[in-house]
Design a protein around this ligand. Structure first.
Ligand code: BV8
Length: 235
């Protein structure tokens, strides 16, 4: 990155974790590209699916929580953590991912706009707990002891993403916007680049395996595997 920026905002998606072995949503992953045991992610990651079949949805997230725990951050995660530690300007990551690979690589300025696999929320008392254990309809809330009231602290389709006001403040102040490993298919995240482009002095860059749905909105585009193109771009 030749020139000097004051506020770097980095949006990450499932593609940055792909080389850590975590399936993406829409690629031809091990489970056939966004399909989980015969269910489209959009059909499992919804409040209605949870109401209809909580055990199916718990199992979906239990499987992904175990996979995330077994995965390791890759060179792309480490490059972003180094950038935050060493760069003279502000570096803020906004991730759509629910794994904790950015944290485990050392990133601290991090917003999980779609929640986190390691957190569960009680629908009875609202408390949020951190735990790596499986969730089921028999699990009790540690705070209010209600059985079966816990749900993954994950933003499902049709639910409002977390920390949007904070995110908008970062996007308004941003002079470099990097979009890494996302297909640009889910809103409002896919529309963040439009907010940044309202500032004519901001530079927008897409780093992805292939052009995303929003590729024409970016001034610069770099295609390849995140663990190769991200370290070479940010170092
Ligand atoms: C909202 C957590 C209102 C869950 C996720 C009808 C009804 C209700 C809503 C809607 C509707 N129609 C449209 C909507 C809006 C909806 C939406 O956008 N739907 C889409 C399908 C059209 N959005 C919502 O519902 C959102 N909420 O709208 O609320 C509102 C909003 C604002 C203010 C007030 C009210 C909530 C959406 C959140 C859903 N939860 N995740 C979970 O993880 O289980 S979404 C999930 O998919 C991700 O979090 C991410 O956001 C999204 C896209 O995934 P990506 O990360 O991009 O991954 P993908 O597989 O798609 O792409 C991977 C990319 O990586 C590819 O481009 C690939 O080329 C690249 N790649 C692969 N390997 C590599 C690589 N790149 C580099 N290196 C590699 N090695």
């Amino acid at each position: 990155m030749g020139e000097r920026f004051d506020h770097i905002v980095i949006l990450t998606g499932a593609g940055i974790s792909a080389e850590s072995g975590l399936d993406t949503f829409r690629d031809k992953g091990r489970d056939g590209g966004g399909i989980w045991s015969g269910h489209a992610v959009e059909d499992v990651a919804t409040p209605d699916a949870f109401r209809r079949n909580p055990t199916l949805v718990h199992n979906f997230y239990n499987m992904r929580r175990r996979a995330a725990r077994a995965a390791e951050p890759n060179d792309a995660h480490h490059a972003l953590a180094r950038l935050e530690a060493c760069y003279p300007g502000d570096v803020q990551i906004i991730t759509q991912n629910v794994d904790d690979l950015h944290e485990r690589a050392g990133s601290r300025n991090l917003i999980h706009m779609h929640g986190e696999l390691r957190k569960r929320r009680c629908t009875a008392c609202g408390s949020i707990e951190i735990s790596d254990s499986d969730l089921s309809v028999h699990t009790s809330c540690a705070a209010c002891l209600t059985q079966g009231s816990l749900r993954p602290h994950i933003v499902w389709f049709g639910e409002i993403p977390l920390d949007l006001a904070d995110i908008t403040r970062h996007l308004d102040a941003c002079d470099l916007f990097l979009s890494i490993g996302t297909s640009g298919t889910v809103y409002p995240a896919a529309g963040f680049v439009d907010i940044v482009r309202q500032n004519p002095d901001a530079l927008t860059v897409e780093l992805n395996l292939e052009p995303s749905a929003g590729e024409t909105k970016f001034q610069q585009k770099i295609y390849g595997k995140a663990r190769e193109i991200v370290p070479s771009y940010v170092n």
